[in-house]
Design a protein around this ligand. Structure first.
Ligand code: 2P0
Length: 334
């Protein structure tokens, strides 16, 4: 097919330590609070996406992990429409075939859609530059804009109604804190019951705690977290990370009807890390949970063996060890 163009991109997962939850504009995908995340290494957890464009394709089609999905969804189509309008005549009359493979549980609260849409962003970045393309890929997944950079990245909520000041910027580069490692404890690889998009819509409508968090708590958390990262202050980093995760899940419970992303095993992991830190007299590990039951631990490299042996002792794996501890990855070397 002479008119067919094809490229493959890889984009990493990002795990927020100050969480994004709630939009102030559902069309432009503008958040009600700023957020901050670490971008993981693509060696361990990433989405690999092949995009083909051709006039001979009859319609847009999408496959995730080999299974064909509905490509007519509003989020994907908004994103593709935006790309079409920006690329102009070059791709007029073309349709897309998009094939994305995640090397980690999809839709289990591990930022899979963020990595997938970040791939689209990488693919089209050459056209317009990284800042502009953020606006397009956010149409697919809000937090995808944070996966466009390595290291620690913040997504500034911005104030303007057109969203022009709502952008992701790198806080520190990959090389800044190489001792920081990320452990992913896969509690369940099942697709989550309530999607992030609909969960945050219900939270915005019903949770007074979310409004208080967004307006009165997150601005201070962002400043404190940025300082902790700049200074490589693990003790401060760990405390803010765990408190922010707890607060986000408290908001989910304050939502009506309530949303419970964490399960009994998630809560046992919280207990284990809490007791472990108490026993050590300082923070050796910190947990954070996204919109799913899986735990993400940010741990300094020197403490990884101790933490791993504690986790394996209290959560022995009788079957496939690898399926429990999905990835051990340096967050930084993207
Ligand atoms: C985050 N999450 O900051 C938060 C924490 C989940 C919990 O961003 O509706 O897929 O596409 O903007 O970005 C997941 O939500 O949601 C998310 P949309 P997205 O990482």
């Amino acid at each position: 097919m002479a008119d067919r163009k094809q490229a493959t991109c890889i984009a990493p997962v990002n795990i927020a330590v100050v969480k994004y939850w709630g939009k102030r504009d559902e069309n432009l995908i503008l958040p009600i609070n700023s957020s901050l995340s670490g971008t993981l290494s693509t060696d361990q957890m990433c989405a690999k996406t092949t995009i083909a464009i051709s006039k001979s394709f009859q319609r847009d089609r999408l496959w995730i992990n080999g299974k064909e999905q509905d490509a007519t969804g509003k989020r994907l189509q908004n994103c593709l429409r935006e790309v079409r309008s920006r690329c102009g005549s070059e791709i007029e009359g073309c349709h897309y075939h998009i094939c994305s493979v995640n090397n980690f549980p999809t839709a289990a609260g591990l930022a899979s859609s963020a990595a997938g849409y970040a791939c689209l962003g990488e693919y089209f970045e050459y056209k317009e530059g990284i800042t502009k393309i953020q606006f397009t890929i956010r149409q697919g997944s809000g937090s995808a804009c944070r996966s466009m950079y390595g290291g620690f990245v913040k997504w500034e909520m911005g104030n303007k109604s057109d969203g022009s000041d709502s952008i992701a910027v790198q806080v520190t580069p990959e090389s800044h804190w190489p001792e920081m490692e990320v452990l992913i404890l896969v509690v369940s690889d099942k697709k989550k019951g309530v999607s992030s998009t609909s969960g945050m819509q219900t939270s915005v409508k019903t949770s007074k705690l979310l409004k208080y968090r967004a307006e009165s708590l997150v601005p201070k958390l962002m400043t404190e977290m940025e300082t902790a990262i700049q200074q490589k202050n693990y003790q401060a980093f760990a405390e803010i990370t765990m408190k922010d995760s707890n607060q986000f899940h408290a908001v989910c419970l304050d939502t009506y009807p309530p949303i419970a992303y964490m399960n009994d095993i998630s809560h046992k992991i919280v207990q284990l890390i809490t007791h472990f830190n108490q026993y050590c007299g300082e923070y050796k590990a910190c947990y954070t949970f996204d919109a799913g039951p899986n735990a993400v631990l940010y741990v300094l490299a020197k403490d990884v063996p101790q933490i791993l042996s504690a986790v394996c002792h209290y959560f022995p794996c009788t079957e496939n060890h690898d399926s429990y501890i999905q990835g051990l990855s340096n967050y930084s070397d993207v």
